[in-house]
Ligand binder design. Structure first.
Ligand code: ADP
Length: 193
């Protein structure tokens, strides 16, 4: 199989919500396009926050993307001339994504993956920690803490304006839920022990 470089690699962009992961991914996608590289962009089916077939940042930047249900679906789209793949919201994929991205990098592709490193509880999220371990390049980026203005590494979940409990279910009916970027001091996760 023809590959433009001898080997590929995995690069990760991680951080809390609002840290600019999607913006950074879009920036890298645009540069690959300027270099006329064959790039495929993927996102999980689960994330339909703003748009159906686009990677969209909170500030409105966007880029066309293929929505897939399972990590394995990536393989259906790879052609012999694919040079780069970019994936947003990588934390939502099943664990098979780890082997699939490794295999593609082994075959010579540049793999760029962006996603949450931890969930609202501060717990490592889905396949992200394993991908961080095997990636050649990792950028951990920060947002601004909505309480004090310091760099924020954590995602605060609020229910009716109050910090969500550690055991709060993911889907809530009839409650007002929101998320904020917070620093370690202001990231609150009440836990009934
Ligand atoms: P992510 O993919 O990490 O959630 P996005 O790339 O979608 O981030 O959005 C980043 C944008 O979010 C910033 O450029 C800014 O306009 C906006 N934003 C909203 N709240 C914050 C915050 N607390 N800190 C930094 N940026 C924020």
């Amino acid at each position: 199989m023809y590959r433009p470089s001898e080997h590929g690699w995995i690069e990760m962009v991680v951080g809390p919500m609002y840290s600019g992961k999607s913006e950074e991914l879009i920036r890298r996608i645009k540069r690959a396009q300027i270099a006329k590289q064959n790039i495929l962009v993927f996102k999980p089916m689960i994330d339909n926050r703003y748009s159906i077939e686009k990677v969209v940042s909170h500030s409105g930047m966007n880029e066309e993307a293929i929505r897939i249900e399972k990590a394995r679906d990536i393989l259906k789209y790879i052609e012999s001339d694919t040079e780069v793949i970019a994936i947003d919201e990588v934390q939502f994929f099943d664990d098979e994504i780890i082997d699939i991205l490794k295999k593609l990098a082994d075959q010579g592709l540049r793999v760029i993956a962006a996603g949450l490193d931890t969930d609202f509880r501060g717990v490592p999220f889905g396949p992200t920690p394993n991908l961080l371990a095997i990636a050649e390049f990792v950028d951990k980026i920060t947002a601004i803490c909505m309480v004090c203005g310091q760099p924020a590494h954590w995602t605060q979940r609020l229910i009716n304006g109050k910090p969500a409990n550690f055991t709060e279910p993911t889907i809530l009916v009839g409650e007002k839920e929101s998320y904020e970027a917070r620093c370690r001091l202001h990231h609150k996760v009440p836990r009934d022990l």
